[in-house]
Write a protein that binds this ligand. Structure first.
Ligand code: AMP
Ligand code: GLY
Length: 418
């Protein structure tokens, strides 16, 4: 079987690594891929510039399964284009991808189907939005409705900050069409959790819980990033919380999918907040998380490709997931300056001395040298019986890696009171 993976991050390297464990896989094309996928024997990196080229490539090369890493192409409708041509692709169609593509849509969906979420209002009119700011408590959360690569969420500490954010989004068009509509929502205090799941629209199966570390600075301070590290399972997701997640969030979401006739084979990644009042849904992502995938897939005992195939065949209800009785810690090494401006092209050394899993993100191979080529550069993933040793081991490993400007948080896996 030949597979096509679309994307270039640490997530796509981890997906390719997991697929490669299935002996019937003969070749994995990754578009565009990175140095990590280039170094896997079974992989070949290719350049495909738009959906039409991807469809043609899949057709001409008899690709048995295509998997898309990030959200943009899903929201654009890549799944519909593949399916129109009879090609097998795993992911939500355009109609369902809107659950990630529009926060206004997904909040209304959650309200309609009783999915537990923060109170909110939606605005496209500036005057109405600022009137509303007189009636609420602070801090408050202001979100651009459309896709903004994690940058469209502002936590306003007071009314002045909220006015500024509303003005930027609705009047100054800071995020262009993305912020033509905004969501203003109740600020929740607690611990975040990510739960990935797989669904065929009839059945939904949650994966092991994970915890991302989104901010650049230790103690969750500073600017938002794509993710600076992950631990799995998430220690805040106790069995009681998991039960509440299933009853208050996952099951009503599935009911909503059925009622809205959102039928697809794909992933729902629930972005969650665990508060004193229980677990709340913050958002849906309709794809695997990065870096969540790098910590979650190594804990999965099942063959990932087999699960996807069962899902596509309508047999998801027969899948029994099984997870290693271990903890995973993923630490992300980034280029100095990230998530703002940073330099690229520095040589990365020390990987051969690492005894843990290494998933490459923003790095390319040039004349056999590994050079940085992005903000998030490298993921080190350690699996151990408990979280503390997993994190200690991941840090021992990443300490061996070197490139100019390398930065990583020292507190991945450190638990704070909520
Ligand atoms: P989202 O893209 O909706 O997941 O928001 C990005 C990040 O903003 C989340 O991971 C949280 O850290 C934070 N955030 C979003 N919504 C809220 C909320 N209602 N209360 C507190 N923090 C939030
Ligand atoms: N780690 C968060 C995301 O993939 O969106």
């Amino acid at each position: 079987m030949k597979i096509l993976i679309i994307g270039s991050g640490g997530r796509e390297h981890a997906i390719a690594w997991k697929f490669a464990q299935n002996s019937k896989v003969e070749k994995i094309y990754v578009a565009p891929g990175n140095a990590g996928t280039e170094l896997l024997d079974i992989c070949e990196n290719i350049e495909l510039f738009n959906i039409e080229e991807m469809v043609e490539f899949a057709e001409n090369n008899k690709i048995g399964l295509t998997m898309v890493g990030s959200e943009e192409l899903l929201v654009e409708g890549i799944v519909d284009k593949f399916e129109e041509r009879g090609l097998t692709i795993f992911g939500p169609n355009k109609k369902s991808a809107i659950l990630e593509g529009s926060k206004a849509y997904s909040k209304n969906f959650m309200k309609k189907y009783g999915v537990k979420t923060a109170a909110y209002e939606i605005f496209s009119d500036y005057d109405n939005a600022i009137k509303y700011l007189d009636t609420i408590e602070y801090p408050t959360v202001i979100k651009a409705s459309g896709l903004a690569a994690g940058k469209g969420v502002i936590i306003a500490q007071n009314k002045e900050e909220a006015l500024e954010a509303v003005k930027e989004m609705l009047l100054d068009n800071k995020f262009k069409q993305t912020s033509a509509r905004i969501v203003i929502e109740e600020f929740l205090i607690g611990a975040e959790a990510s739960i990935l799941s797989i669904t065929d629209g009839e059945t939904i199966i949650p994966f092991i819980s994970a915890k991302d570390h989104k901010k650049i600075g230790e103690g969750e301070t500073g600017l938002n990033t794509g993710g600076m590290g992950v631990i799995a399972p998430n220690p805040y997701v106790t069995s009681d919380i998991m039960k509440d997640f299933i009853d208050d969030i996952m099951v009503p979401t599935l009911e909503g999918l059925k009622s809205e006739k959102m039928k697809f084979n794909g992933v729902i990644f629930f972005g969650l907040m665990i508060t004193e009042k229980g677990i709340y849904s913050l958002e849906y992502n309709m794809r695997l998380g990065d870096p969540e995938t790098q910590a979650v897939l190594p804990l999965m005992e099942n063959d990932f490709l087999e699960i996807l195939e069962m899902c596509i065949d309508g047999d998801l209800d027969k899948v029994k997931m099984s997870w290693k009785n271990s903890s995973a810690c993923c630490v992300v090494g980034v280029s100095g300056g990230y998530p703002e401006s940073y330099n690229k092209g520095y040589e990365i050394t020390g990987i051969s001395g690492v005894n843990d899993l290494v998933f490459i993100a923003g790095a390319k191979l040039e004349k056999e040298k590994l050079l940085t080529s992005g903000g998030r550069v490298i993921n080190i993933v350690s699996l151990e019986k408990n979280l503390e040793t997993a994190c200690k081991k991941a840090y021992n490993s990443i300490d061996k890696i070197n490139f100019e400007g390398l930065f990583y948080r020292r507190d991945i896996g450190k638990l704070y009171n909520i």
